[in-house]
Structure formats: structure tokens, C-alpha cells
Design a protein around this ligand. Sequence first.
Ligand code: NAI
Ligand code: MG
Length: 338
Amino acid sequence: MYTITLVPGDGIGPEVTEATCKVIAAAGVNIRWERFEEVGYAGIEKQGQPLPDEVLNSIHRNRLALKGPVTTPVGGGFRSVNVSLRQKLDLFVNLRPCKRLPGIKTPFPDTDLVIFRENTEGLYSGIESYDERLEIADSIARITRRGSQRILRYAFEWVTANQRRRLTAVHKANVLKLSTGLFLEEARSIAQDYPGVQFDHLIVDNMAMQLVIQPDTFDCIVTTNLFGDILSDLCAGLVGGLGIVPGANIGEDAAVFEAVHGSAPDIAGQSKANPTALIRTSALLLHHMGEAEAAMRIERAVWRAYAEGTSLTPDVGGTASTEGMTDEIVRLVTDHCA
Ligand code: NAI
Ligand code: MG
């Protein structure tokens, strides 16, 4: 029996986390969930803070969490709970594998990308100020040598351990010479320790264009926080959309598993949310826990659900509800003839 923190989040969060917990249970892994609903707006309303200490304490204790998306107000309001959580727990890796599922029509069906996004610094450092008198706003893109080294080292190690072929570092060192220049300098230096990995680097705007016209020529991508955020939504779009792409935030002491997508207020509460992204995220969680067989069963069940194509949500071309798709994946997970 494992104890894991569960943050359902808001918007479509509760719908997709409920679906995911059902699928994990069907895969036979016994988990006692420590559940925290009061984060984000609900945290402010009920406890006066968007990210209550009890949530952080629970993740510190359990070292693992499954998390749904949490809405962040645009412009003013409270700071992103998602960004704060990653920084407070020092979850410096944001791993986002983007691979198509059967039946999804895309111009580049062989696209199979893994993004490593630095998750704690860069333009998301939270160093922001506004000078009322001069009417000037500053957001500081702080990049540290240590922060760059650890994400780059993690990416090179992962590429080697998973027998991938190529790692592309993405930067803007032509203009942001000091901050992303430091990241590039470390990338070039660490690459020398990994002669088996085909290493190259590209400027982010060029990378965005290359990803749209020939994504299947790339393999793994490592980049700073803001670029990783933007490029991972782009890569999700290349393989079928945000409804299918999983993710993991990993640090030395804890890991928080969450999909790439947000709270999708446009479809929340309508049973239209695709649970696939968080279900695949749970397979990453189970792998991380050493429950490889259960993880494989979930991955295989998702694969089969897409190959059949009869119980898919509207974002991937079907007419099923969130529950309908979940029930089908649960059935396939428990189908021992699989
Ligand atoms: P979003 O990712 O929530 O939605 C973008 C588009 O993708 C929408 O059309 C939505 O309907 C669709 N979509 C997303 N997930 C889907 C799913 N599972 N199934 C079917 N369709 C799906 O991005 P948006 O609208 O920019 O952000 C909404 C809120 O989410 C904002 O408050 C933002 O700050 C927050 N957010 C939270 C994240 C997190 O908790 N890690 C990550 C990204 C955004
Ligand atoms: Mg994002």
C-alpha cells in the first residue's frame, strides 16, 4: 500500500483525476490518496492562501503527488500555484513526452519528442516588480549555472539510459546573451561528457518553425523554463493536442505528476475533458514507483482504446464523454486476454 498526495485541482481537474484514480485502481496498484481540494481559488476562499502548507508538507512526506491543473488568474491576483509548487519542492525537471496515439491523424505520424524543460528559474523565477512612478514593469529571467547544469545533466543521462539518439538544446543566446548564453555554454560543455549522444543547439524561433515543418527529424529537446512551456504546447499540438500529453515534475526529494494541459475552463464540468493525458501521466508515476507492469498495462490499454477508436472524447474526434472513455480504458486494463 502506497500513500500519495492527490491534488485534483479545478476546472477539468477533478474530472480527469477521478478518471485516473479509477484506472490506477483497475491496474491493481493499491494507493491511499491524501487528497487536497483547497488549492488555487478554493485555497484562497477556504484557507486564505492558494497553496496551503499542509499540501507541501504532505508532498514532502510522501515524496510523490498526482496533480490536476490549477487555474491561475491572468494579470493580477495570486501567483501560479503550479510554478510555486515546482519551486518550493525544487522540482527542476519538467519531462514531457509527446508521441502520437493510433488513429490520430497528423501530418507527421512518426513524431516522437521528449521535452526537458527547466522548471524552477528563467523568466518564471518570480522576480517581478512594477515602478509606479516610472510606469515600468520588470520580470527578471534569472538563470544560474547550477540550475542549467542539473537539467542538462538530467537530460543527457535520460537520453543515454533510454537509448534515444539526439538532444537539441534550445536557447536565444544571440539576444539574451548572458542568461540563455549561460545555459548554452553549459550545454556545450556537458555534451562533451556524452559522446554517444548526437548533440546540437538551435535558437528558439528557428526551432518553432522547424518543429512545425519537420518535427519527425527531432528527438529530445532541453530548454529553459519559458521556451519549454511554449514549445511543449506546440509539440502537444503536433501529436494530437493537449488532451493526450503526459508530464512529470521531478526533483531530488519529490516528484509531482501532472499533464501538460491547464484547467480548460471552456469545457469544464461538461464531461468533455479527455482523461488520456493524466492517465498516461499516471503510467509515468507508476514507472517512477517501480510498478512497471501496472504502468505497461495502462499504456497498452490507452493504446488499444485509440486503436479501436470507438470511445474517444471530442478533442480527438470522438463523441464519448470523459466517463465513457474512462470506462473503456478501465475495461481494457482489466482485460487479461490483452
Ligand atoms: P488549457 O491547457 O487549459 O486549454 C487550452 C485548450 O486545450 C482549451 O481549448 C481546452 O479546452 C483544451 N484542452 C486542454 N486540456 C484538455 C483535455 N484534457 N481534454 C480536452 N481538451 C483539452 O490552457 P488555457 O486555457 O490557456 O489555461 C486555462 C487555465 O489553466 C489558466 O488559468 C492557466 O493558468 C491554467 N494552467 C494550469 C496548468 C497547470 O495546472 N499545470 C498548466 C497550464 C495552464
Ligand atoms: Mg504550459
